[in-house]
Design a protein around this ligand. Sequence first.
Ligand code: NA7
Length: 547
Amino acid sequence: MSTIAEGTDNGTDTTPEEVDVVVVGAGFSGLYALHRLRRSGLSVICFEAGDGVGGTWYWNRYPGARVDIESVQYSYSFDDQLQQDWHWPELFSPQEDLEKYINHVADRFELRPMIRFGARVNRMQFDEGIRMWHVSTESGHRVTAKYVFAATGPLDATNIPQFPGLENFQGTLVHTSQWPREGVDYAGRRVGVIGTGSTGVQVVPEMAKDAGHLHVFQRTPVYTVPAHNQPLDSSYERDWKEHYAERRAMMRRHPNALVLPMQGHGSIFDYTPEQRLKILEEAWQARSGLLFFFLFNDVMRDIEANDVVAEWFRGKIRQIVGDQEVAEMLCPKTYPLGTKRLSIDSGYYETFNRENVTLVDVGSNPIVEITPAGLRTTAEEYDLDVLVMATGFDAMTGSLTRMNVTGLGGVDLADKWADKPWNYLGLMVSGFPNLFMVHGPGGPGVVAQMVTQCEYQIDWFTDLIDHMESHALATVDTTHDIEAEWCDELAEVANQTLFPRADSWYAGANIDGKARSFMIWVGGFDVFADRCDEVAANDYRGFVLKP
Ligand code: NA7
């Protein structure tokens, strides 16, 4: 083992030609991987496409960008002094505060010298002769490494639908995840937002405040609940800081890696309609939108139970939105509640009561063309100065397949995943030795709190590396039989829930031509982590380790 690969690109490139580990991405996962790997005494280099740390919280700087998990939970646990020292001003942090935090972490733990910024990885090739990875970046880095951590995030590869005429638009065109640092001038202007997922739900109320007129182009309505964001109450903060150890342990034992204020009411059918109303109303007023998943244990499994909550939900929309035609357009009716990411918002439905906001149904009348002056649907033409794409991501797999990754026998990862993203435990893919995926397809990914999850997965990988180094092992891989078993188990677990009933990005349904395959382990983070622990305790059962 060598020493830590440090040095900045200040004119002279100090990037070594060979390291123990390459980490791709300097978001929450990448930074923790750097910290943890350094503790193992390994030489590490990190390539980050952006000019700063933060990953999701570096790129998604659109107005209203905010985390949808309480910040006291969505934060690192690996250093108690850090969680004691840090003060979150708000309950659900805005992007600026998350970026501040992650920059603090990079400085506090002196991680920056290990990172090469503006360095997008564009090729990763496993060399069977030397059993190492060759990693290249668009900015010319060429490094050989024994191990690679793909800390690339499940929502990194931007999806911009290729509408005819897109290149002819004369106004400002921007995807929410590529929002310029200097901002976009939209005050008093004619703005269009395409997309009403979690991002659309956040950007719409914020832009409506200053836009001259805002058109929201909605293909599918969203279920969103109020965040009730507020300044972080000092006694609440104190209580968390006093109980961090036990609360972090509770997260490890929770299916979604969360601590929730209320849950576990049993079946919805155990209650009278009046009692259900009371429970649902309390949840609507409470501080965690994700509660709706946990209020009753049959809502995500039984369509009739789900329908009860969904219908109550539609009633809420009809109450909030004045114009009942608009309210009806906003009511989700084609997929069960929770089977696409439940959003949390700050005044989303209320925004449609504003004079300067118009909802356009592009589900019934699709967008046919972007024109130089705006866009045209099958029904009408709209003149716009600013067009915002809140159209999401080639989720889970896109960030990996876009890096041109080739494994044993020169197999391209994109080809290997042409029909489904084969993987074992979401951690590894057979034929791609020593390539570790953080939040990979096949793991709990976005249905569980991601910071706790990334810490867990990175600890698991670094323990595996420590094991390999102390036993003089050169490679770890898995087999296609094992990954086929895992993918079957994942599908079986998903099929016991309502999740597969939605055309969601959880199943690759949002990208034209992408194979349909449900990619997320919805059996619980707790069960997943127990399984990973058990695998490790049994000599990494299912993994193939070679000297
Ligand atoms: P999402 O959840 O994928 O939402 C994208 C939105 O864009 C969604 O409403 C889509 O409608 C819409 N969309 C995509 N393509 C089109 C076209 N061609 N025409 C019209 N509308 C379109 O991405 P987000 O960024 O909102 O959220 C991603 C995750 O980030 C979120 O779940 C959180 O985990 C954080 P559709 O529903 O496909 O009909």
